[in-house]
Structures are given as structure tokens and as C-alpha cells.
Ligand binder design. Sequence first.
Ligand code: PEP
Length: 251
Amino acid sequence: MRKKIIAGNWKMNKTIEEAIELANGLKLDLADCKDVDVVLCPPFTALKSVSDIVSETQIAVGSQNMSSEDEGAYTGEICHTMLKEIFVRYVILGHSERRQYYKENDFWINKKVVKALEKNLRPILCVGETLEDRESGSTEKVVEVQVREGLKDVAAESYTELVIAYEPVWAIGTGKVATAQQAQDVHAFIRGVVKDMVGAEAADAVRIQYGGSMKPDNAVELLGQPDIDGGLIGGAALDATSFAGIVKAAM
Ligand code: PEP
């Protein structure tokens, strides 16, 4: 039985003061949510403050990116040591906004995934098709390449440590949510790809989140699908009541 995982991607939102307020609110609201893994992913500047607030709770902290390198002359980058120093446990990698605006490709995303696992950080690998891909019937092809390339050289035993987030790009921040059936179909497809890559045990164990305009009112149906193991939440993660509502829907 896979434990559900709900992660909030705060993106480039929240000053330190605002992040502290949101994290304190969630700490109160989600004090007893032991049945669901909850991850907060604030911007880098607020990671330490949020990490301190949730330090003795079930809530974990994640970053929104990580360098594939260990240290050195990589201006603007943040490495695993810096994240682990402040008790970051998860890293979102390959988000569609990074693929689209910063031209991150599967090669670099894979290097980051492999590095994160090597350093005991848990990658949340984001994959998903654009509207154009979906309309041209290429959803499976696009998602399969992202999964195979993104998880290249990852051993079967590591699949319990990583999370795949299926995020159709056309549903991110648009209010246009995939139907539960559309999402379930792609999740089942991804699980099949993982099975083909590393075997049935890893495919059964890996958690696959849905992301794209998930809100408390659509979360129950999405999270009720057999292959949907949680959510990666953008907009609704910026409000304590909405995010807590989604976590409660996963219980
Ligand atoms: C996201 O960017 O990961 C996301 C799912 O955003 P939203 O919930 O706002 O669609």
C-alpha cells in the first residue's frame, strides 16, 4: 500500500515573513496528519525558516531545484550539501516551468535525479505533456521519454525513495484540471513504463503524484484513482486552508 504524498510548490512566492506565517498555519492545521506525507517547497530564501518551524513535526521540506554538481564555480546554483544542512529532504526536479523558461532538458534533469539519490535526497521528478502534445496524440510518447531519460541509471531499489509527478502542462496554473480518468490513464501508463524499465516490484512501490490545478474540491476524486498517490500543488499551496483541505482529502 503506497502512502499518499502531498507536496506544495510555492514557486517564486512568499517573502520570509509570509512563508513563516504560512508554515505556522499549516503546522497547526496538519499537526496530526500521520497517514499522509506532507512536503512544503518554499523558495530558497525561506527554506531555513520553514525547516525550523516544521522540524519536530511530520511535515518535510523540499527545494524547488538543486544543482547536479557538488560545489564550486556555479554561480546562482544551490547544491545538496547546502540543502541537507538545513534538513531539506525532497527536491523538485524537471518542473515544466524550468523546462520551458530555463531550457532544462532530460539529460541535466537526470544528472540531478541521480545526484539527489546518491546524496539521500528524494527527487520529485516532474513530467507532463503540453496541450499541443495532447492534441496531436503524443501524450504517452512525450511522457515516456521524460520518464525513461529522467530516471536513466536509477536502480530499482531507489524507486521507493523517489516520486514521479505527472503534471500536464496545460493544467498547471490554468484552472483546467485533467479529469480523474485522464490522469489515471497516464499514471497507469507511467507505472507500466517503470515496470518495463526496472520491474514490477519497483513499479508497484513508486509513488506517482498528479499536479495541475488540484484544489480541495477536485482532490477527492483524483486521489481516489488507483494509480494516483498524491498531489503536487501550486496555486492552492499558497493558502493554508486550501492546502490543508487537499491533505485531508488524501487521508
Ligand atoms: C505546479 O506548478 O506544480 C502546479 C501543479 O501548479 P497549480 O496547482 O497551480 O496548477
